[in-house]
Design a protein around this ligand. Structure first.
Ligand code: ADP
Length: 196
């Protein structure tokens, strides 16, 4: 199995690269942001609970996202592997994920961090906001808060995987295809090892 944590600040391009990775490696894409937005769209009780936090660019509670991930991992028992996108965002989430996977005799193969400079992140998110329909993509203040939350609460998660020797940084200031080529160079050798 190839289980990847795709990491990086808001607007770093995780969703874009995840789609290409899914196609190339036949993985299941689990994005907590997408799951939460689906709940908001349905107007479910969960969607209503998280809406205010998401609109402000704050994190929703660990319990909520851990439960969403647990359901989706369990619903995909035969997956060739998973791409975790936007999760884990706290050390508590990372520890729960490890415990959850261990129970199923699975583990995280590696974490890839997509690296983009802050000014460029803001520019990319504002451009995305023109078409994404996401209110959290339209306001520079909210975008800056999301980056602040990332720096303060989420970036320590990279150290968690560094300690397990699973962390690989990849520059994403260039084009989508250049970055995808870098990802393939990292992942292709992994596929061979994971199958042996
Ligand atoms: P981005 O990475 O572009 O900020 P996401 O789609 O990953 O966007 O997340 C959007 C919002 O959903 C976050 O700002 C946060 O409020 C909430 N969210 C998503 N994933 C998590 C998570 N793992 N833990 C807590 N909150 C989350």
């Amino acid at each position: 199995m190839l289980n990847i944590v795709l990491f990086g600040p808001p607007g770093a391009g995780k969703g874009t690269q995840a789609v290409k990775l899914v196609e190339n490696y036949n993985l299941v894409h689990l994005s907590t942001g997408d799951m939460l937005r689906a709940e908001m769209k349905k107007g479910s009780p969960l969607g209503l609970t998280v809406k205010d936090l998401i609109d402000k660019g704050e994190l929703v509670s660990d319990e909520i996202v851990i439960e969403l991930i647990r359901e989706n991992v369990n619903n995909n028992k035969n997956a060739a592997g998973f791409i975790f996108d936007g999760f884990p965002r706290t050390i508590a989430q990372a520890k729960s994920l490890d415990a959850m996977l261990e129970k199923e005799s699975m583990n995280i193969s590696l974490m890839i961090t997509l690296e983009v400079e802050e000014q460029e992140l803001i520019k990319r998110i504002l451009t995305r906001g023109e078409t994404s329909g996401r209110t959290d993509d339209l306001d520079t203040g909210i975008i800056k808060n999301r980056i602040k939350v990332y720096n303060e609460q989420t970036s320590p998660v990279a150290d968690y995987y560094k300690r397990q020797n699973k962390h690989i940084p990849v520059d994403n200031m260039g084009t989508i295809d250049e970055t995808f080529d870098c990802l393939k160079k990292v992942l292709d050798p992994k596929i061979v090892t994971e199958q042996n």
